[in-house]
Ligand binder design. Structure first.
Ligand SMILES: Nc1nc2c(c(=O)[nH]1)N[C@H]1C(S)=C(S)[C@@H](COP(=O)(O)OP(=O)(O)OC[C@H]3O[C@@H](n4cnc5c(=O)[nH]c(N)nc54)[C@H](O)[C@@H]3O)O[C@H]1N2
Ligand SMILES: Nc1nc2c(c(=O)[nH]1)N[C@H]1C(S)=C(S)[C@@H](COP(=O)(O)OP(=O)(O)OC[C@H]3O[C@@H](n4cnc5c(=O)[nH]c(N)nc54)[C@H](O)[C@@H]3O)O[C@H]1N2
Ligand code: SF4
Ligand SMILES: [Mo]
Length: 727
């Protein structure tokens, strides 16, 4: 029955009774949306809203941001330090003092017995930048192990490596405003509408004002591909071939900016000789893209007054991830598209503070993009911290993906995991489990005590998470923004920086080095270290308060500047010894595990909009988890028909490493010879993945391996799914 207009009840949004709004930057992805969290009269977070006028998001948030305040009441949080003698025994509560004493004494015992590097530390892209700096100081300056890295090796390592090889330094050179200026955008293995929804919104806004071609390279028909003008459904793992072929066409047709190349690039001749071999006819047979389409795209890109490329995990997580990044940089260098409005190589970063760890954690060297390999940098930091520079190693140690094999081989005996969940997120999980069982001592420091990796530890340290501590994060466009504390951590959980400070006191050097007692003081210390005429990473013009007043500030921002620089390399001067960028000549080597008769499907993996990573957060929020609570795969309906698989039926996937049971979702998003599984579920995609490593970045090729599909008993599979999370 239709209600008359008079009787209609307007939709009423419940009044949340917000008494105060607190400033924060989102703690999920690297877009860096500014938001405000509403507190009620009791100080309880009851709402989140995008901050109007904030440069990045202008009042908008995606679904994760909208419900972010609900995290303050989520289950599974750790409230006191826990300890046990042996893996698999029950944990017992302990005091912070005992936990620190025990941890330091175990680390020292193991270091005395097996050498300093037998203790490994693996961190994250999700701490505050001040916390990263403090952890680096503790590990490099006091504990003194060289086997120190972060989960960014699973994520951004190829981008970092590629930037360093091409431009002499890390640091994304572009910004979101480039969308407003560009005349062509090419996106490689990046699904913005789901993974960076507000960056996508910025792109869409720009496209609505002024149309320009959008070209998407992805083997799946992602949401981004559906919005594209041209979708290049590339054969997995072959982006370098496409990139070399695009360069081939540009040089052959004389479309390059020769003046820019002559003035600002090294090694043009060697580069030219290599790409000469990648003619579109040959390339198309490898990368699966029609040869005329390759020519067409090359012409559009090179003829645009300005053109930009963005990329994310489809490039980085590959056996030639670093080469792929350099290939993108090559393309932009030869077309003169670096450092100009709308012309850039912009790596879309992953976690909320993946940039902060690259800049300040000392994982890959020393703070502020300094290198262990450079004597002057060791001297400078040694003097600044008050430690003997000889205490520092002279080159970088193992990365995360090499640390686990080193546990296997007995080289590493103790492991400290900070804010990452490798049992779910590392490739080849069966091998990771076996490695962890070999450790003499393992500590997990996480906001959630129920994260899967805790099952393998001897000690668990409860950390404060987003909104329970104060400090900065850097987003994809080098914008530093601040999270203010708006709620207290539960029970005895403590901010990570406080935990690092307390542990430092238990080490000889740690007693000599100054560890400030607040994050704003830590930030001031970083400012001093960032100063320098030639340094791109200069934050000396910023302060916590200025950052909030401006809704985030970009680096470099030197003392005296009102805001930071939007772009790097606008002057065409790069961070290499010659000041010129390197054009890199790179051959494609076929080295993936590819489908065969026994394992006929490509296994691709990635993300969906409602979940974040291993679901320690989003799996707990009904408003997000309800959209995809069950592990599933995308499979093409034609392939499903051949195998007799119906929609919503459970199947078993099998690879050479292991097996996983998932539900089938029939969709044309994937080609007939590929399945796609969201990475978010435990005991799922990474039981199958191989994770061959890129030779430069050591990043795993999560996106490529081979599987077969088998039928399973439906009732048994459903039961397994209920039990899966409770193990
Ligand atoms: N909702 C949500 N957002 C997130 C995250 C999250 O967990 N959830 N995580 C954040 C983090 S840490 C990251 S790193 C980013 C990741 O952001 P994205 O990289 O955009 O996300 P993915 O889904 O991992 O992978 C992107 C695409 O790479 C494609 N791909 C696979 N193989 C190839 C290939 O050989 N070549 C090309 N060109 N493409 C290929 C896949 O089909 C997939 O569509 O997202 C961030 N944002
Ligand atoms: N198959 C497959 N695997 C993948 C990927 C893929 O595309 N496919 N992507 C890879 C990528 S790009 C990434 S980035 C990784 C992510 O992999 P992980 O880093 O393992 O994922 P998270 O679930 O984000 O783990 C972060 C942990 O930190 C905790 N935490 C959050 N905030 C804080 C804090 O402030 N302090 C402390 N101490 N703890 C905190 C969370 O509770 C969580 O347990 O996964 C990788 N694995
Ligand atoms: S786009 Fe990223 S930063 Fe913005 S609200 Fe969503 S998860 Fe947070
Ligand atoms: Mo990531």
């Amino acid at each position: 029955m239709l209600l008359s207009r008079k009787n209609r009840k307007p939709i009423k949004i419940a009044d949340k009774q917000v008494k105060e709004w607190k400033y924060a930057v989102c703690g999920y992805c690297s877009t860096g949306c500014t938001l405000e969290v509403g507190l009620n009269a009791e100080g309880k977070p009851v709402a989140s809203r995008g901050k109007g006028g904030a440069h990045v998001n202008q009042g908008k948030l995606c679904i994760k941001g909208i419900f972010e305040h609900e995290l303050s009441e989520s289950s599974g949080r750790g409230t006191q330090p826990l300890i046990r003698d042996k893996m698999y025994e029950d944990y017992q509560p302990t005091t912070w003092d005992y936990a620190f004493d025990h941890m330091a004494s175990e680390f020292k015992r193991i270091q005395d017995k097996y050498g300093r590097d037998s203790v490994a530390v693996v961190s994250t892209g999700q701490l505050l930048t001040e916390e990263f700096y403090t952890l680096g100081k503790l590990v490099r300056g006091a504990i003194g192990t060289n086997n120190y890295d972060g989960n960014t090796t699973l994520c951004m390592a190829s981008a970092v490596s590629g930037y360093k090889r091409s431009f002499g330094s890390d640091g994304p050179p572009g910004c979101y405003d480039d969308f407003e200026n560009t005349h062509c955008l090419m996106a490689f293995g990046s699904n913005l509408p789901e993974q960076h929804p507000i960056i996508y919104w910025r792109l869409k806004e720009a496209l609505e004002k002024r149309k320009f071609p959008l070209i998407v390279v992805d083997p799946r028909v992602t949401m981004m591909a559906q919005f594209a003008d041209i979708h290049l459904a590339i054969t997995p793992g072959t982006d370098l071939v496409l990139l070399n072929a695009l360069a081939h066409v540009i040089l052959q047709e004389g479309l390059q900016k020769q003046d820019y190349i002559d003035a600002h690039c090294n090694d043009f001749e060697a580069f030219k000789a290599t790409v000469e071999k990648y003619d579109p006819t040959t390339a198309s047979k490898i990368c699966g893209i029609d040869e005329d389409m390759i020519r067409h795209v090359a012409r559009i890109y090179a003829n645009a007054p300005s053109a930009m490329s963005i990329w994310t995990m489809g490039i980085n997580q590959s056996t030639h991830g670093s080469d792929g990044v350099c290939g993108i940089n090559n393309l932009n260098l030869i077309t003169g598209n670096i450092g100009i409005p709308g012309g850039t190589s912009l790596s879309i970063t992953g976690q909320c503070n993946a940039m902060g760890t690259r800049e300040w954690s000392s994982c890959s060297g020393l703070p502020g993009y300094r290198a262990l390999e450079k004597e002057e940098h060791r001297e400078e930091i040694g003097k600044f911290w008050g430690v003997d520079p000889e205490f520092f190693p002279k080159k970088r140690g193992l990365q995360q993906t090499d640390i686990f094999p080193a546990i296997e081989s007995g080289q590493i005996k103790a492991l400290w995991i900070v804010a990452t969940n490798p049992l779910t997120s590392m490739p080849n999980q069966p091998r990771i489990k076996k490695a962890l069982e070999k450790l003499e001592f393992m500590v997990v420091q996480d906001g959630y005590k129920d994260c899967e990796t805790t099952h393998y530890a001897h000690m668990y340290l409860p950390a404060a998470v987003w909104g329970e501590k104060e400090g900065v994060q850097t987003n994809t466009e080098r914008r530093v923004n601040i999270v203010r504390q708006f709620v207290n951590p539960p029970g005895e959980a403590k901010p990570d920086w406080w935990i690092f400070n307390q542990l430092a006191k238990r080490f000889e050097n740690g007693q000599k080095i100054h560890f400030p007692e607040s994050t704003s003081e830590i930030f001031d210390e970083m400012k001093v270290l960032s100063k320098g005429e030639k340094r791109t990473l200069d934050i000396s013009g910023m302060s916590h308060d200025l950052i909030e007043q401006n809704n985030g500030l970009q680096w470099p921002m030197r003392e005296g500047q009102e805001v930071g620089d939007q772009r790097l390399y606008a002057d065409g001067v790069f961070q290499t010894p010659s000041g010129k960028a390197n054009l890199l000549a790179m051959e494609y080597v076929e080295n993936n595990e590819v489908p065969d008769n026994q394992f006929p499907f490509w296994l691709n993996s990635g993300r969906v909009v409602e979940h974040f990573h291993t679901r320690t957060k989003t799996g707990k929020l009904g408003n997000l988890n309800k959209f995809s609570p069950t592990p599933y795969m995308e499979i093409n309906p034609d392939a499903a028909k051949d195998l007799g698989i119906n929609s919503m039926q459970y199947v078993r996937l099998v690879s050479k490493r292991g097996d996983a049971v998932v539900m089938a979702q029939l969709t044309h998003r994937v080609p007939r010879d590929m399945v796609f599984i969201p990475m978010h579920y435990h005991d799922c995609v990474n039981r199958l993945s191989l994770g061959l490593l890129d030779p430069y970045s050591r990043q795993p090729a999560f996106k490529q391996c081979a599987v077969r599909i088998e039928h399973v008993d439906q009732a048994e599979a459903a039961k397994l799914n209920v039990e899966r999370r409770a193990y």
